[in-house]
Design a protein around this ligand. Structure first.
Ligand SMILES: *Cc1c(COP(=O)(O)O)cnc(C)c1O
Length: 246
C-alpha cells in the first residue's frame, strides 16, 4: 500500500517504532513477531487513535478505566485493548462489561483484583481474559505492583484459582517516575524464572511486559515480549486543567 502524501505524524512515528522494535528483536535473536508493541493512547483523542488504527495497528493501551470505557465503543471492535493502569476492584466489572474487546489486563497486583476480574468475566460469559502480574521491581514504595518475593504466589493464584483468567506473564513499570533501569528488567526476568519453575510452564508461556518510549529497545534486548509505547508514537502528553480546544 502506498503511503499517502501527507501521512500523520503519529503514523510516521508508529512505523519507526515498529521498525526499531523489530530490529531490537532480531538483535536479541528472536523473530520480530514475538514482540508486541502496545500503542499507549491515554489522554489522546479517538481521532488520533483512529489514524494509527487505519495504518494497520490493532493493539492499544489505556490506563484509566473511564477513559477506556469512553473510547472503546467509538473505535473498531477488532482493536485489542490492553489495560495497563492501576485497577480498583470496584471498577473491574464495569471495565469488563463495557469493553468486550479487552484483550489483556497487564496490572494485576493482588488476589482481590484477580478475583474480581475472574468473577466479572464469568458473569459476562466472554472468552478468558489474559492477565499479567504486575511486579514492583524498583523497591520503591508504590501502590502498584507485587513485591518480587510475592510474584510466584500471585501467579499461582491466577493460574490455579481463577478459571476465567489466563495467566500470561509479568509486567513492570520500573521506577516511581516511570523511568526504568536495566536492573528493573533483569529483576523481572528473574521473577519469570521462578514463576515458570513453580507453575511448570515454559518461558514462552510467560510474557515479559517491560519497556516504554525511552527504553523499549533495551527492554526488548533484555527479553521483553510486550513494550508499551505512548509519547514516542502519539506525542508528548498534556494534562491541562481545563480542556481548551477539543
Ligand atoms: C503511560 C504509560 C506508558 C507509556 O509511556 P511513554 O513513556 O509515553 O511511552 C507505559 N506503561 C504504562 C503503565 C503507562 O501508564
Amino acid at each position: 500500500m502506498a503511503a499517502p502524501a501527507m501521512e500523520s505524524a503519529a503514523v510516521t512515528a508508529l512505523r519507526s517504532v515498529l521498525q526499531r522494535a523489530h530490529q531490537a528483536a532480531e538483535r536479541s535473536g528472536r523473530p520480530a513477531e514475538r514482540v508486541r508493541v502496545v500503542a499507549v493512547s491515554k489522554t489522546k483523542p479517538v481521532s488520533l487513535v483512529r489514524q494509527v488504527y487505519d495504518a494497520g495497528h490493532r493493539c492499544f493501551g489505556e490506563n484509566y478505566v473511564q477513559e477506556l470505557v469512553d473510547k472503546a465503543p467509538q473505535l473498531p471492535a477488532d482493536i485489542e485493548w490492553h489495560f495497563i493502569g492501576h485497577l480498583q476492584s470496584n471498577k473491574a466489572k464495569s471495565l469488563i462489561a463495557a469493553v468486550p474487546n479487552l484483550e489483556m489486563v497487564e496490572s494485576v497486583d493482588d488476589e482481590k483484583i484477580a478475583n474480581h476480574l475472574d468473577r466479572a468475566v464469568a458473569s459476562i460469559g466472554r472468552k478468558p481474559l489474559k492477565v499479567l502480574v504486575q511486579v514492583n521491581t524498583s523497591g520503591e514504595a508504590s501502590k502498584s505492583g507485587v513485591d518480587p518475593s510475592g510474584c510466584v504466589e500471585l501467579a499461582k493464584h491466577v493460574k490455579l484459582g481463577c478459571p476465567n483468567l489466563e495467566f500470561s506473564g509479568l509486567m513492570t513499570i520500573g521506577m516511581l517516575d516511570y523511568s526504568s533501569t536495566p536492573e528493573n528488567f533483569k529483576a523481572l526476568s528473574e521473577c519469570r524464572i521462578e514463576v515458570c519453575k513453580a507453575l511448570g510452564i515454559s518461558e514462552e508461556e510467560c510474557e515479559l511486559s517491560m519497556g516504554m518510549s525511552a527504553d523499549f529497545e533495551q527492554a526488548i534486548e533484555m527479553g521483553s515480549t510486550n513494550v508499551r509505547v505512548g509519547s514516542t508514537i502519539f506525542g508528548a502528553r498534556e494534562y491541562p486543567k481545563k480542556a481548551e480546544s477539543k
